[in-house]
Design a protein around this ligand. Structure first.
Ligand code: NAD
Ligand code: ZN
Length: 342
């Protein structure tokens, strides 16, 4: 089968023929139809410091996908050949303190497909049956293939906070930030202010339902105008940029909540006294998707039609054009980029 492989320590990917994965008794083999390309794949492609510390080539890259089941192991009972599926890409141990208390999204033994083991930019992928998520008939493989980053946005927007009627600032309108705009809108936020430095991305945020789209320089004024100077109830920090993180703390209201998804590239200084403690705010660190509350919420929002992520997908490429797919992400002009695998 074809697979996009991180072949060696160094930049780039190689599309090559590799043996089809063999499944264990508790696994399923999935024929990949659509696969989302993510910033993580760009880090691995570039072979930056994070990738060098984490990844051990050779392995097949990619962690966002949907397809149909081609084969099931003999212990698998609730997944059948032909089912349309996607999957949670974090493979957890199921045995540790976190897994056993309903917090598998922060299992310390997590292994991620396309990072720690073979991923989905290939004709087939083997997955534990417990990670498989069935798609409704009405959900396309393309939408199925972006459940992973959409799930990041659902997790960030909906955990620990009642969105109905809330004022929200979303800092960073990458694909996940743009999904979050649509989710907050569907969940009944009363005012959604989205900030980014990139006008293409702000236009996408507007399409997904943001009431105000602003540059970081305009954000303070917009938040003050929308909240009578109080600050927003909730900030979804989705850029990972230090200046945006400081802005999140500055523009959340006293007693408000900051949901932190964006990952700063290196350690940063925070004035805990003034930015956090005396404001009485709550900070929530987002890791992946909650298993499987986030997946249930996502499925129900899609099923109801109250949330449609389609406009976020701006670029589609065959697997052979992986260099173009990576370039599209790096350009900053893309929403979500997907591979049409088969
Ligand atoms: P992305 O890089 O495409 O989006 C970040 C956006 O922030 C860009 O559009 C950029 O223009 C914008 N930005 C830059 N400076 C800004 C500023 N000062 N104010 C507002 N916006 C600014 O990334 P993405 O794929 O949408 O992911 C968003 C973030 O979430 C990234 O940091 C990514 O690493 C992180 N992430 C975290 C998890 C997790 O589990 N915690 C999972 C996936 C991604
Ligand atoms: Zn665990």
């Amino acid at each position: 089968m074809r697979a996009l492989v991180k072949a060696a320590a160094g930049p780039g990917f190689v599309l090559r023929d590799v043996p089809q994965p063999r499944i264990r008794d508790d696994e399923v083999l999935i024929r990949v139809r659509r696969a989302g390309v993510c910033g993580t794949d760009v880090h691995i492609y570039d072979w930056d410091a994070w990738a060098q510390g984490r990844c051990r080539p050779p392995f097949t890259v990619g962690h966002e996908f949907a397809g149909d089941v081609a084969e099931v192991g003999r212990f698998v009972t609730d997944v059948k050949v032909g089912d349309g599926v996607t999957a949670e890409g974090h493979i957890v141990c199921g045995r540790c303190h976190l897994c056993r208390t309903g917090n598998a999204h922060v299992c310390p033994n997590t292994r991620i497909i396309g990072v720690d083991r073979d991923g989905c930019f290939a004709d087939f992928i083997a997955m534990p049956a417990t990670n498989v998520w069935h798609l409704d008939d009405a959900v396309s493989y393309e939408i199925g293939g972006i459940h992973d980053p959409m799930g990041n946005a659902f997790h960030t927007a909906l955990v620990g906070t009642e969105m109905s009627g809330k004022t929200v600032l979303i800092t960073g309108c990458g694909p996940i930030g743009i999904f979050a705009v649509g989710i907050c809108r569907a969940a009944g936020a009363s005012r959604i202010i989205a900030s980014d430095v990139n006008q293409t991305r702000l236009a996408l945020a507007r399409t997904m339902g943001a009431h105000d789209v602003v540059t970081p320089q305009e954000a303070t004024k917009a938040v003050q105008a929308a909240t009578g100077g109080l600050g927003v109830d909730v900030v979804l920090e989705m850029s990972g940029v230090p200046s945006a993180i400081h802005q999140a703390f500055a523009l959340v209201r006293v007693g408000g909540r900051v949901q932190m998804l964006g990952i700063p590239a290196k350690p940063m200084e925070v004035d805990f006294a003034t930015e956090i403690i005396f404001k009485g705010i709550t900070i929530y660190g987002v890791v992946g998707r909650r298993m499987y509350d986030t997946w249930i919420q996502m499925t129900q929002f899609l099923r109801s039609g109250q949330f449609d992520p389609t406009p976020v997908i701006t670029h589609r490429f065959p697997l052979e054009r992986f260099d173009d797919a990576i370039a599209a992400i790096k350009s900053g002009e893309a929403g979500k980029v997907v591979f049409e695998v088969g």
